[in-house]
Design a protein around this ligand. Sequence first.
Ligand SMILES: NC(=O)c1ccc[n+]([C@@H]2O[C@H](COP(=O)([O-])OP(=O)(O)OC[C@H]3O[C@@H](n4cnc5c(N)ncnc54)[C@H](O)[C@@H]3O)[C@@H](O)[C@H]2O)c1
Length: 310
Amino acid sequence: MHGRAVAANPNVKLIAVFDPKAARAKALARKYGARVSCNMQEVLDDPRVDAVHVLTPPDHHIKTAVASLKAGKHVLVEKPVAWRANDIKRLQSAAEKANRVCMPAHNYIYNPSLQRAKRLISEGKLGRVASLWVLYNIFHPERVAAIYGGVLRAVCVHHAYSLLYLLGRPSRLTATASKVHYRELTCEDQAMIVCQMPNGVIANLWCSFAAKDLTSDPWTVVYKVLGTEGGLSYSWNEAQYEDDRGPGWGLPCYVESFRNEVDYFINRCVLGGEPPLSTLADALDSLRIIEAAERASSNKAQVETIQYDT
Ligand SMILES: NC(=O)c1ccc[n+]([C@@H]2O[C@H](COP(=O)([O-])OP(=O)(O)OC[C@H]3O[C@@H](n4cnc5c(N)ncnc54)[C@H](O)[C@@H]3O)[C@@H](O)[C@H]2O)c1
């Protein structure tokens, strides 16, 4: 997805790919006319490299992103930016010291429909917002789910940064999670977080890897915002085409979220000096929400107050 997005942006070119699994690096590099690097240092030492996309599993994000910033590169780092919220502080100070952009790859909000949603909400077109609903469902066999782990960490971070972007910071939440479909894995395969905003808005965030929702095959992603004078609804089903080769299942809302995010990173942030739509501070607060949800769900859905740094 990142390879396609970079190839589609006329201001950038993929220069080098590093992956400890060399065959993977080779396949990607060949596709986009880049070279394969034997290690990360080789990428960082290359003066032609201005920006690094950190697409490793989450436990390598911080180390790779900090090293890239120290080498003077701009960084786009996949979600969740870190496993622990506090680790993001290291990234914030590295980005500040290096005076380089470090943008969380919070791709879902780079869809124009969500940007319109935010504008309509802030213009008051919906009146007083009463509730937000984010429904996410995709059926994952255990071998796929094993790459990602429990849905609270792996997926609900999309819900959390979307909530911060659209409506701001919730003050407290409760959450519940369960395992319906996995046999071997011990982590949750579905979860629900209910957040209360200081102004009374209730945000309902649902995520599941457990169910086959054939009514919107293969993937359900629905956002709804309801207000006293109107509502808005946005779904990834708004356009779909046959795409057996993947990896975007012919869902342009998904495929284009990467293109929009990469365009924003390059054109608006790196070249234009603008901040991203979702910052490292938002990534940190998203993880504060997830950590509070984990505490709540392991504590019989107790209500948790969320402590923010910002
Ligand atoms: N934004 C989205 O919609 C979205 C979707 C899927 C995955 N992701 C995120 O993207 C990241 C990667 O997920 P994936 O599904 O591609 O996982 P994956 O396991 O398929 O790929 C990760 C790759 O990183 C390589 N790798 C491991 N350690 C490395 C290192 N130190 N340096 C360089 N490469 C290293 C692995 O060999 C592997 O090829 C994760 O953070 C995941 O959460 C985001």
